[in-house]
Design a binder for this molecule. Structure first.
Ligand SMILES: [Zn+2]
Length: 217
């Protein structure tokens, strides 16, 4: 079995999604690229993570050719690898159906930078794509375009995608985005929320990623 360590890491990350209430049952996807081989490890679709082992992960190349694994890669793999093709520094993608972030995808409203933590991890608002079925010709390209140089995008009427250099960073962004969306929803019931300005968000992101502490996402 090749890439055993990365397969294990992908599965462990996937198993954290239900624990953080980001997906239920077999929802969501975790995908990571091995920088050495360029191969991609992805969770099989439609199966409960609790029932899976590392050898159930699917290994493909960046063109979706199956390298190793008993399950066929999902059609959505072209989208997950699309982020990595467009942004070679990215090695991990996490897709969830977390309820508050998904709610914004349903009303087609972007999530502004409303907390310091969101500024640290995203540095900019998180935008929404139009509704895309997997058969849509733009399914694997539009979300990449809408995300641009950001670190998350909401698929319209579907849910969030977060990305990172590592699985830890993509997962932390999935959790942070859901928390920010929840806080924003609560704040709107109290009064009118005030967003972090674009300049403040960029400065906070730059400080966190380039000068602060041990974390260098
Ligand atoms: Zn989904």
């Amino acid at each position: 079995m090749i890439l055993e360590e990365l397969r294990t890491h992908v599965l462990q990350t996937a198993m954290l999604l239900p624990k953080y209430n980001l997906v239920w049952m077999a929802g969501g996807t975790v995908c990571a690229r091995d920088p050495q081989t360029g191969y991609v490890v992805v969770t099989p679709s439609g199966l409960d993570y609790e029932s899976l082992n590392p050898d159930d992960m699917t290994v493909t190349d960046m063109d979706m050719n199956l390298i190793e694994g008993r399950f066929r890669p999902s059609v959505a793999l072209n989208l997950w690898t699309g982020f990595m093709r467009a942004r070679p520094e990215l090695n991990a993608v996490v897709h969830t159906h977390s309820p508050y972030a998904t709610a914004f995808s349903v009303v087609y409203e972007q999530i502004p930078v409303i907390t310091e933590t969101m500024a640290d991890w995203f540095g900019q608002p998180v935008k929404v794509t139009r509704y895309l079925s997997v058969e849509d010709p733009e399914f694997s390209t539009l979300p990449v375009e809408v995300m641009g140089d950001g670190y998350a995008v909401l698929l319209g009427n579907h849910g969030p995608i977060t990305v990172g250099k590592t699985l830890e960073h993509a997962l932390e962004r999935a959790v942070t985005l859901e928390e920010a969306a929840r806080t924003y929803s609560i704040a709107r019931t109290i009064s009118t929320p005030v967003s972090v300005t674009e300049k403040q968000a960029r400065a906070s992101f730059d400080y966190y990623h380039n000068r602060y502490g041990q974390k260098k996402p």
